[in-house]
Structure formats: C-alpha cells, structure tokens
Write a protein of this length. Structure first.
Lengths: 324, 213
C-alpha cells in the first residue's frame, strides 16, 4: 500500500517535466553567459527552486501514496505556518493555534483511511466549531471574531483545499460511474488517482506560468488593478486558453478523462487558479506585504506557489468526483 | 561542555526544529562573526533565542559559540543545570549582585579570552513577547575590555510567539532573524550603548512587524 509505484504514464509525464526544466536551466545559463550585465538572479533562483519542488513532488509520487500524502501534509503545514505568521494573531490564541495545526495530521489521516464522509466535514464543521470553543475557554473576547474568522479561512485554504488534491490519490470510481472512463493504461485503471493528481498540479502550475507569459506578451488592460497590478486580460485569457489546450492534449494520456472532459477540466483549473492567485494578492495587499514568506527562493513563500492550487484542487476534485 | 552530545543535540534536534518546525527568515547571515573573540548581541523573547542563534553558526564552529544565561534560572542544580552547562554550553551570569568584588561578567571575559563567540542578551530578561526593553550596560563593559572584538547586533522576531515566557507548548511560527553590521568599542560607554540600541531599533524597523498582543 505505501510503496506501490504509480502507472507508467505518470512516469513519462514527470520525465517530460524534468526535460522542460532542463531546457529552462539551459536557457537561463545561456542568458547569464550572453548578457553578464543583466540581473538574472531572480530567474535563476526561480528555476532552481522549481527543480527542488519537482524532485520532491515527483519523488513522492513515484514512491507511492504514503509519500505523496506526507508531501501534501508537509505542504499544508508550511502553508498554514506561513499564513499564521503573516496575519495578526492574538497571544491568547496560542493553544487554539496548536489545535489548528493538529488538524493537519488528522485531515491527512482521513485521506489515508479513504473516509470521505468525515474528510469532507472535518474542517468545515468540526474544526470550525472546535477552535472557537477552545478560544472561549481561554476567554479573551477582544478581537474574538476576527481571530476565529481569519483562523478558519487559513485552515480552509491551506489544509482543507490542499487535502483535496491528496484525496485524488485514493479516489475510487462509483459503480457504475456517470461517465465512462477512458483509461490511459491498464495500471491507470487500477490506480486512477496518481494520473489525476499529476494532471491537476501540472495544469495549475502551467496555468500560472502561461498567464504570466501571456501577460508579459500581450497584456495591456488590467483585470483588477486595485488588487493586483500584474493581472491583465491578455494574460488571463491567453493563459486559460493555453491551459485548456494543454489539458485536452495531456489529459487523456495521463488520466481517465477523455478529451472533451479534459478540456472542461482545463477551463476549471485555469479560472480557479486565476482567482486563487488573485485572492492571495488581496490578502497580501491587506497586510501590506509583497511576498507571503521567503521559504522558496525566487518565488516568495509557499502560499505564493500554492494559492492557485488551493482554489483549483477542490473544484477539480469535485468535478472528477461528480463525473465518475 | 560535553562536546559530542552538544554536537548531536544541535545537529539532530535544534537545527531540524529551527529550520523545519519553526522556519527561519534570515537576512545577512554573512555578517555573523566567523571566529572569536566576538560578541553577538540580540533581543530576548524566548528560551529559543539562544538555541536558534547558535544553530546559525556552522556546526564545526559549535565549540566556540556560547550563550550567556541567567544563573538564577539555569543553575539551580539537577538535570536542568547539567543540560544547560553541558549540552547548551551556557556561560552563567549572576543577575543579582552578591557583593561588589565578584565580577558578574567574569565568565564572559574568560570566554572571550579563549577566543569564543559569546551571545549576549542586553535586555537582561525575556520580558513581554516581541517587545524591546532597554539595554543593560554590561555589554559596554565587556566591549571596553575587548576593543578589537566586533559586536554584531541581531534582531529576532517570532520566537516570542512560538515559545514565550511562561509557556511550555511550542506553537510553530516563522522566525525572522535580521543580522546587522557589527560595531566596535567607540571609547565612550554612553555613545556605544546608544549606537547599539539605535542599530537594534533600525533592524526592528527594517522588519516592520507590530507588537504581539
């Protein structure tokens, strides 16, 4: 159970990603050599961090479910810690925050146990009531509602959302599924989750990159200038279109989605990813910070990287869940 | 100090906790002294302060890095005193003046004579979490005795949230450590203390995080 490797198509796509990264490294190295006057430290750091992320994530996927769950649990931990370090917190809430952190192993244990019924309500219902109750026992009412609301928002964004990506790994089809699955391989039929997860993460990150590149190329009119000056209509439309095309091409090869359904998945991920990024920008504006942290050199914090995934994961998950 | 156990403690416990459970946001680590005699001066909010600061130095320099700690807290006999002296490697400092003939900073002076890097907390106490108190002048006395030793100010934020005074439960919070340019003994005690206090305030302002209530 713990060390079962994923289906071959997952391996092929991972190799493809590594190849793309190698090209990126080569390009940045060439740029640094050709133009020593221009500052390429940020791009270089960005690519280097991508290497670390891909190796860790790819390695976790190749090692199987247990490793992947640990990876996502750790990502949730880093995200929640970053969030709680960023927002104003009350000293009186220290113990409450400790319980909030305990929700992480609990939630991922529920994924491991494939206990969907509790997985889907543990944070929105149980933690939602439990944490304010613990705060009541401390008894500091000044700033109570603010503290509880921001805490829950953080738990939902960093733990609940990301755990949906992890749950893809243990998803099982209903009998019969609403839509006939289109299996990419024999092993893919036995283990549909890995391909779906890789597809989600790949499309989410590709969407981020595509929106950025399109924005730089053709973006003029800003989408939400008060929230984020970097998002332009050109970037969004170009990026989402790229994601849709990519989804239609890779989706059927990697997962049980057929081309039309993969197309729709691409649309969902593209739009959700955009709004996830935007909402994190709004949070940063509110707090007056440029980056959520410094854990990922070249990218900022973990939340900066994971914000689009946190919106895309539950929506993609429930899309798949509904279909199959 | 039990050097082997100390090494293992910092390599296997302190560093993983500081880097993973807590998480460091470090600026200008290169300004930390590489060799003694040297003083590292930091604000104090938590028992974790000294541990995190020591873990910033390369493990091969571990022998030379020693924090000052209050004798009345850490030298009360038993297991905790053994741990403080042997594993953390503290230089005990008597905060209560017993008589005018014993120099409370004697331990610090001896350590500096042995070319150690001494970590000092001029606030003298952990105080309220994430609030800066006025500095005590002991550091000036030491700097005067060792004018060639650089005094490196370091501002730490976040450990007072992770483990404040009076708590035993560690709650993960990212910790900011901002290292400042080292200063040297200027010849005048008041000017030196003013400069040190000013540097710390500048580092705190560079970070720009509000007080924690």
């Amino acid at each position: 159970m713990i060390f079962r490797p994923p289906p071959p198509e997952v391996g092929y796509v991972l190799v493809g990603v590594i190849a793309a990264l190698a090209v990126a490294s080569l390009v940045t190295a060439t740029l640094r050599a050709r133009r020593p006057d221009k500052d390429y430290t940020e791009v270089t750091a960005r690519v280097r961090t991508w290497w670390v992320i891909v190796v860790l994530f790819g390695g976790a996927m190749l090692l199987g479910r247990g490793a992947s769950l640990v990876f996502f649990a750790f990502a949730s931990f880093l995200g929640l810690k970053e969030y709680l370090s960023l927002i104003p917190t009350r000293r009186a809430d220290r113990r409450v925050l400790f319980w909030a952190y305990l929700a992480i192993p609990a939630q991922y244990a529920l994924v491991y146990m494939e206990w969907y019924g509790v997985f889907i309500i543990f944070i929105p219902v149980y933690m939602f009531f439990l944490l304010p109750t613990r705060a009541l026992l401390v008894g500091r009412t000044e700033g109570f509602i603010n503290a509880m609301a921001t805490l829950h928002w953080g738990l939902m964004t960093t733990v609940f959302s990301l755990s949906h990506a992890a749950y893809l790994l243990v998803i099982t089809l209903s009998d019969p599924p609403r839509v006939t699955p289109h299996w990419p391989s024999e092993q893919g039929a036995a283990d549909p989750g890995a391909g779906l997860l890789l597809l989600l993460v790949l499309l989410t990150q590709a969407n981020d990159v595509a929106q950025y590149l399109w924005g730089k190329s053709i973006g003029v009119r800003k989408v939400a200038p008060k929230v984020s000056p970097n998002k332009t209509w050109g970037g969004v439309i170009g990026g989402v279109a790229t994601t849709i095309v990519l989804a239609a091409l890779i989706g059927p090869a990697l997962s049980l989605l057929d081309a039309p359904r993969a197309l729709l998945a691409g649309l969902i991920i593209g739009v959700a990813g955009f709004f996830g990024d935007l909402s994190m920008s709004a949070l940063k504006r509110d707090l007056g910070v440029k980056d959520t942290g410094t854990t990922l050199p070249g990218h900022g914090g973990v939340l900066d990287r994971v914000d689009s995934l946190s919106y895309a994961a539950p929506l993609f998950f429930h899309y798949v869940y509904f279909l199959y | 100090m039990n050097h082997t156990l100390r090494y293992l403690f910092f390599a296997l416990v302190v560093r993983p906790v500081a880097l993973v459970v807590i998480g460091l946001n470090l600026r200008r680590r290169e300004l930390l002294p590489r060799k003694g005699p040297a003083l590292v001066v930091a604000n104090h909010n938590s028992h974790l302060d000294a541990l995190v600061l020591i873990s910033l130095f390369p493990l091969r320099d571990l022998r030379r890095v020693r924090p000052v700690a209050a004798a009345d807290t850490f030298c009360n006999g038993g297991w905790s005193e053994w741990f403080a002296r042997q594993i953390i490697g503290i230089i005990p400092l008597d905060r209560k003046l017993k008589d005018r003939h014993t120099d409370p900073l004697r331990g610090v002076v001896e350590a500096l004579e042995q070319e150690n890097i001494v970590i000092l907390f001029p606030e003298g106490t952990r105080g309220e979490p994430e609030q800066l108190c006025e500095f005590k002048t002991g550091v000036a006395h030491v700097a005067k005795r060792f004018p060639e030793a650089p005094v490196t100010p370091v501002y730490i934020h976040g450990l007072g949230k992770a483990l404040p005074r009076g708590e035993a439960l560690l709650v993960p919070f990212f910790c900011d450590v901002y290292v400042g340019e080292p200063i040297h003994w200027t010849g005048d005690r008041t000017a030196f203390m003013d400069q040190l206090q000013e540097r710390m305030s500048a580092l705190a302002e560079e970070l720009g995080r509000p007080a924690w209530v």
